[in-house]
Write a protein that binds this ligand. Structure first.
Ligand code: NAP
Length: 285
């Protein structure tokens, strides 16, 4: 499954929507000078600007006191030109990530990390959903993979990937198994997966012998090592699966594209152009 090509298509959709709405404002906040965060922020800005989004890149020194960050977020919440706010994680260790996320107005929380948005997702209500799981659902839809009735196995239970993708798959009427580091006999579960989402952050944790023949495999892993960037799934699994995402070029580009979609949804919702924020995929009852 070609995430790069689909992300380009999504970004074109976003550009058309931005042109229709007029102005869409996205503000990112990066505290400190972590090189990986700098790369992520720059790629988000490139994509946003190319789609016609007005993107503001706020950089704060690594020793910024928490009060200053919270004051800034309060000002951005009040600023009518700002539709979306994103605080790049991880934050330096003296700053409380939970407090920072909770300081963002949920209506502007384009990362979908605020507990209000996570709670709405849990309840199956329309809301802003994190970009990575949204991107996975869009990839499945693009390749005609209908989750209804299928067994979906998610490996990893983080709040930014594992849990939200499990909820989206459940809402799409898959039967969902959520695995984690204490799961006994992981292979038994993965071998039964019609849709396997690997989001554990472990190089090639899933071998070809752990994948069901003809299944769909989504590799979320982005594991940087001295030898390069590797996914959570051994590429040899592609010979067993009917569909699989590559690393790089699979889920990664979709995450950025769906972040832009979220900025557009936030803008439309704030301006009353749609009743609610991003619609989760239809339940297809
Ligand atoms: P995380 O917060 O570290 O969570 C990892 C999860 O995997 C945890 O729930 C952990 O279980 C589970 N796990 C770890 N080792 C395992 C094992 N041997 N067997 C089964 N489960 C295991 O990671 P994350 O933020 O979700 O990210 C996961 C991966 O996706 C990373 O490689 C990250 O770089 C990548 N990622 C990619 C994108 C993208 O855009 N492509 C976006 C986000 C993340 P416990 O809960 O029991 O500890």
């Amino acid at each position: 499954m070609d995430g790069k090509a689909l992300a380009a298509k999504v970004r074109e959709e976003v550009a058309a929507e931005v042109a229709e709405i007029g102005d869409v404002g996205l503000t990112t906040v990066l505290v400190g000078d972590d090189p990986a965060s700098d790369v992520y922020i720059r790629s988000k800005h490139r994509a946003a600007t190319a789609a016609g989004i007005h993107a503001d890149d706020i950089r704060l020194p690594a020793d910024t006191p928490e009060d200053e960050l919270l004051d800034l977020l309060a000002r951005l919440n009040e600023d009518d030109d700002v539709d979306g706010i994103l605080v790049q994680l991880p934050l330096p260790s003296h700053l409380d990530e939970t407090r920072a996320i909770e300081a963002i107005d949920p209506a502007k929380d384009v990362d979908g990390f605020h507990p209000v948005n996570a709670g709405r997702l849990y309840l199956g209500r329309p809301t802003l959903v994190p970009g990575t799981p949204l991107g996975i659902m869009r990839l499945l839809a693009e390749y005609g993979i209908e989750p209804r009735g299928l067994h979906a196995v998610v490996v990893g239970r983080s709040s930014i990937v594992g849990k939200p993708i499990a909820h989206l798959l459940l809402q799409a009427n898959a039967t969902v198994t959520l695995c984690h580091s204490r799961t006994v006999d992981l292979q038994k579960h993965t071998l039964d997966a019609d849709i396997l989402v690997a989001a554990a952050g472990r190089v090639h944790l899933i071998g070809a012998d752990m994948v069901k023949s003809g299944s769909t495999v989504v590799d979320v892993g982005m594991n940087r090592t001295d030898k390069g960037l590797f996914g959570d799934v051994d590429p040899s699994a592609a010979a067993v699966a009917s569909h699989m995402t590559p690393v790089p070029g699979g889920v990664g580009p979709m995450t950025v594209a769906m972040l832009l979609k979220n900025a557009v949804h936030a803008a439309k919702t704030r301006r009353g152009l749609q009743a609610t924020a991003a619609e989760p995929p239809s339940r297809g009852r």
